[in-house]
Ligand binder design. Structure first.
Ligand code: ZN
Length: 288
């Protein structure tokens, strides 16, 4: 599933070629995506020129010259790319936007969990209200994370996946971040120290930036806007590597399921949380 780095790679690639292009024609097929604007609304794209492309979390936003915003979420298997006029269309094309250059902007989605919604000028997409802080936001600090997680018992892995706090982290990068900082994925989030939060934040920024530079991670079908696979999969330390030796200590990497998602971790580098020392407290009270 595309996460922040993959969406950012697509944004950067498309920005070079799509800004300044005017859409001449819109075609969509009849199969429904998870969420999408109806055909009459999508006709509002015709004649409009792309002014800029931005990203929030895993959402890509195509801004048009009349103030409309076209929101794209790639879901599980969505791909957004430009196809030269002469190329035959691939299968599972849900939306085709023909540009004045003759190139076509294609949205393809085999499993159809994606979202394509056109918002009128002056309207902020409702989806963005739920999106947390961008990883590089100055407001995102260890103190902010400690405050948001105080008293909570949910596992750190689930907290990282919850886009209402840090935007854009999915299953792959959550496993990689926790391995980088040596935290067990099930550690209750309320027990993470300020120093540990600082390490998580640093690893999060470093790993996501590295993934963007590598063109994202291709596990199944991700490709950038020119059909190139991302190469960060070669740098993954634990994700998808159950049974393989840990690159740091050689212990066999394990897989567990948290919130219905596969989590990969090294039992030695990411030891389970020690139980709170209730025995010690009882001993003290007896002595006291
Ligand atoms: Zn290890």
């Amino acid at each position: 599933m595309p996460e922040l780095p993959e969406v950012e790679v697509i944004r950067r690639g498309l920005a070079k070629k799509l800004i300044g292009q005017t859409f001449r024609e819109v075609c969509r097929n009849d199969q429904r995506l998870r969420r999408q604007s109806e055909a009459p609304a999508l006709a509002g794209l015709v004649g409009r020129t792309v002014s800029r492309l931005t990203r929030r979390g895993k959402y890509l936003l195509i801004h048009l010259d009349d103030g409309q915003t076209f929101l794209v979420h790639l879901g599980m298997t969505g791909r957004l790319f430009l196809l030269p006029a002469a190329c035959p269309l691939p299968s599972h094309v849900h939306l085709l936007l023909e540009c004045q250059s003759g190139q076509r902007l294609i949205y393809q989605d085999v499993r159809r969990f994606g979202q394509l919604i056109l918002y009128p000028a002056g309207v902020t997409p409702a989806e963005l209200r739920q999106v947390g802080l961008e990883p590089w936001s100055r407001r995102l600090t260890p103190e902010w994370l400690a405050q948001k997680s105080a008293g909570r018992t949910r596992p750190i892995k689930n907290f990282l996946l919850d886009g209402r706090f840090i935007a854009g982290i999915g299953n792959i990068y959550a496993s990689e971040i926790l391995f980088a900082v040596g935290l067990h994925p099930q550690k209750p989030v309320g027990q993470i120290s300020l120093m540990e939060w600082a390490a998580v934040l640093q690893a999060c920024r470093r790993i996501l930036a590295r993934a963007i530079r590598a063109g994202g991670t291709t596990i199944a079908n991700f490709a950038d806007c020119e059909g190139q696979a991302g190469l960060f999969a070669l740098q993954l330390q634990v994700y998808g590597r159950a049974g393989e030796p840990c690159p740091v200590c050689g212990t066999s990497i394990e897989r567990l399921v948290l919130a219905g998602r596969s989590t990969f971790w090294c039992p030695r580098c990411q030891p389970a949380t020690l139980a709170t020392p209730t025995e010690g407290r009882n001993y003290q009270s007896v002595r006291g």
